[in-house]
Design a binder for this molecule. Structure first.
Ligand code: NFE
Length: 488
């Protein structure tokens, strides 16, 4: 059969196309293509190092703060400063609130439409003004806006579909609240301007902490009473997706959220079913099928030189590999590496009658994300109550020092593990390298011919509905793709 191209893929960030054949009703020879180049690493060259904490946030319209924190962590290493306790806590609080917010957005606004028929809104019996308005639109004004364009097996029975739609609208309100909590700490959001290598410049008061804590409480209660149960409902209604989209079942976790007594995530990797310690020196970026000049590079020597006509290239995404292995990163990788730390997830998996290994699946990614939102909410509340308003929130760096050195920031983002590396000569940036979660997941084949994690996960996906390939969309979106980040 001829190659089919899924493009544009909607309800993701950025420009991804998937090329595939369908043979015997299954996806075959899948290629993940990042369709544009941006060049943020090169924008940093010759600038002052501190610019990274501002400029690199602009890599993404979704995960701005995470790049600010990762850049700040790389800069803290470059300037060899230790953050005060409050600085570490406040960086983690910003990161935590941002990631919870990202997970809720991903499930309700980007993924739920893969499963739920929003025309069920026409039967909404309640009095919520926003939903009543939307109901009128479905019934009279723009029914086509709400109708599913891609054929599929959607939840259309109003009694089953309406809870997701009601929560979709409720979640919008919470995203606004989360943004206001981030703005209290970050000065504004998106693109917090208070994030610095030594902490944050915001003055912290009890009143500010109480406001943020109140917002986090509201969001956490939504996660506990709606988000996690809704993901479990999807899992019960679509059990075949425990077996679709497994991929390599390799996972990478850098560790993170270390500002309280015990780290929330300990670092580690899973390769061929075995857990091993994480070693940053095993990370390389292969570019055999990416539109860049050169060959495989370590994060500390990597360069980004576009080669628009490169033979054999089919993506602007590079191919990060760990000890030669394609690795999945994301909430799933963090949760899987740390599975034994919290028995609540194994209880949920027992209730869903699934073994731990089933987490490597389309449903497992959604469940890991919701579970991560739960434990991050608890972490953020603990961290907020640990901030001491009588102590500094930041350690200043002396920007008059002319640094010639390197700094590595290993950090976390909503979509997985995030690396920023900076090298300076005579006080100016000579190299900047980011290895971003969606770069790991959506990478093309490497020089050994191994497909990237999502390419592998899509291979053999059954296609019941050819037009639009809903099954492929479900697997792709389970990774929460951000192509803007991946091609940075
Ligand atoms: Ni553009 Fe991002 C996150 C980063 S990318 S969304 O999370 O880093 O995969």
């Amino acid at each position: 059969m001829a190659v089919q191209v899924l493009t544009p893929i909607t309800r993701i960030e950025g420009h991804l196309s998937i090329k595939t054949e369908v043979i015997n009703g299954k996806l075959t020879n899948v290629q993940s293509c990042g369709e544009m180049y941006r060049g943020f690493e090169n924008i940093m060259i010759d600038r002052r190092p501190i610019d990274a904490a501002r400029i690199m946030q602009r890599i993404c319209g979704v995960c701005h703060e995470v790049h600010g924190i990762a850049a700040a962590r790389a800069l803290a290493k470059l300037y060899k400063i230790e953050l005060p306790k409050n600085g570490k806590l406040l960086h983690d609080i910003i990161l935590g609130i941002h990631i919870i917010h990202d997970h809720i957005l991903h499930f309700y606004h980007l993924s739920a439409p893969d499963y739920v028929d929003f025309v069920a809104l026409a039967s909404y019996p309640g009095n919520d003004p926003a939903l009543k308005d939307a109901k009128e639109w479905v019934k009279t004004v723009k029914p086509a806006l709400f109708a599913q364009k891609v054929p599929g097996d959607y939840i259309s029975e109003p009694a089953n579909a309406l809870p997701f739609i009601v929560h979709y609208v409720e979640a919008l309100e919470l995203l606004g609240l989360a943004a206001s909590a981030l703005a209290i700490l970050g000065g504004k959001t998106p693109f917090c301007h208070t994030i610095f290598p030594g902490g944050i410049t915001t003055e912290i008061t009890m009143e500010k902490l109480a406001k943020i804590s109140d917002i986090v409480d509201k969001i956490h209660s939504f996660v506990v009473t709606k988000y996690l149960p809704d993901v479990m409902s999807i899992a019960k209604l679509y059990p075949e997706y425990w077996k679709i989209g497994a991929g390599y079942q390799n996972a990478i976790c850098y560790g993170g959220f270390n500002s309280l007594d015990k780290p929330l995530f300990t670092s580690g990797v899973i390769i061929d079913g075995k857990q091993a310690p994480f070693d940053k020196n095993k990370i390389i970026e292969d570019i055999a099928h990416s539109y860049y000049k050169g060959s495989a590079q370590s994060f500390s020597t990597g360069e980004t030189k576009p080669d628009y006509d490169k033979s054999g290239a089919y993506s602007w995404i590079k191919s990060p590999r760990y000890d030669g292995h394609p690795m999945e990163t994301g909430p799933l990788s963090r949760i899987y590496v740390n599975y034994d730390k919290d028995d609540r997830l194994s209880k949920i998996m027992s209730e869903l009658k699934q073994p731990k290994e089933a987490l490597f699946s389309t449903l497992g990614r959604h469940l890991s994300r919701a579970f991560e939102a739960l434990i991050l909410g608890e972490f953020v509340q603990n961290a907020l109550s640990t901030v001491n308003i009588n102590e500094p929130t930041i350690r200043d760096i002396d920007m008059s020092i002319v640094v010639s050195d390197t700094g590595l920031g290993l950090s976390n983002a909503g979509r997985g593990e995030l690396l920023h590396f900076i090298e300076t000569k005579n006080g100016r940036v000579s190299r900047y390298n980011c290895i971003v979660p969606s770069t790991w997941n959506f990478s093309p084949k490497d020089s050994a011919g191994k497909p990237g994690p999502v390419e592998k996960a899509l291979e053999d996906t059954p296609v019941r509905f050819e037009k639009g390939m809903i099954e492929a969309g479900r697997v792709i979106r389970s990774y929460d793709p951000c192509l803007a980040c991946s091609i940075h």
